[in-house]
Design a binder for this molecule. Structure first.
Ligand code: CTP
Ligand code: CA
Length: 222
């Protein structure tokens, strides 16, 4: 079987994906970051494109190749990611995998100097892109979030699904070396309950999730 024989279940569908970390500047030369490598989100974007979807990938700062057939928009900060997501709408589905910084810094116009003493960083809340999208009139029909948790993984993810008003949460146990690693243990939390997926590669998580998204978008309403 060649690539052309792969099923194009998502042909003519637009899926929006966010991936990677955000960087929040402190001053012109410094920033706050997190350990997200972007691998899981990039793999999901690629798997969706393989199923024929038009994929817009809003990517934080990562060193990864763009998957074939994916339109990539690079951003640095959470505010830029929120604006890029807004611009990419409408979409049939959105999968927000990015590890968005929860806070930004009140940025200093000039480089902070050591002689000034240890600075007090004033942190300001960032927009919650996922929660905002859930309330948006252009909300995609299927909205999927990720929840990176180090404890009470399923409980926290179940709370997050309800609190944020999203359809599915992929709960990610990041207590090991998941961030930056190539394998993932996830639980799919939906209105129907919780599915525990076995430990698998991020590529396999992506392929399985893309198939589920295709099924959800293409099933006939009962
Ligand atoms: N998310 C987002 N915008 C933010 C924060 C999170 O879009 N400012 C999205 C992430 O992409 C992910 C989901 O929300 O799909 C959950 O992110 P997570 O950090 O686990 O949830 P928070 O609500 O930020 O809660 P906490 O970090 O306190 O666990
Ligand atoms: Ca967070």
């Amino acid at each position: 079987l060649g690539a052309r024989s792969v099923s194009q279940k998502l042909a003519a569908r637009h899926v929006l994906v966010t991936a990677g970390p955000t960087h929040e500047p402190i001053d012109p030369v410094r920033y706050i970051a997190n350990r997200s490598s972007g691998q899981q989100g990039f793999a999901i974007a690629g798997a969706l494109a393989t199923l024929g979807a038009r994929v817009t990938l809003v990517a934080g700062p990562v060193q990864l190749a763009t998957p074939p057939g994916v339109e990539r928009i690079d951003v640095e900060t959470a505010a830029q990611m929120a604006a890029a997501v807004d611009e990419a709408l409408p979409a049939d589905a959105a999968v927000l995998v990015a590890a968005v910084a929860d806070w930004r810094v009140d940025v200093a116009a000039q480089k902070l100097k050591k002689g000034m003493g240890a600075p007090e960083l004033a942190l300001l809340p960032n927009p919650d892109i996922l929660a905002d999208l859930a309330r948006d009139p252009r909300r995609p029909a299927l909205l999927v979030g990720f929840a990176a948790e180090t404890e009470r993984v399923v409980e926290n993810a179940t709370d997050k699904r309800l609190r944020k008003g999203v359809d599915w949460i992929v709960a990610n146990d990041v207590s090991g070396n998941v961030m930056g690693g190539t394998a993932n243990t996830v639980h799919l939390v939906t209105a129907a309950g919780v599915e525990d997926w076995p430990l698998m590669s991020k590529q396999d998580v992506a392929a399985r999730l893309a198939e589920r998204i295709a099924d959800a978008l293409t099933q006939d309403p009962a």
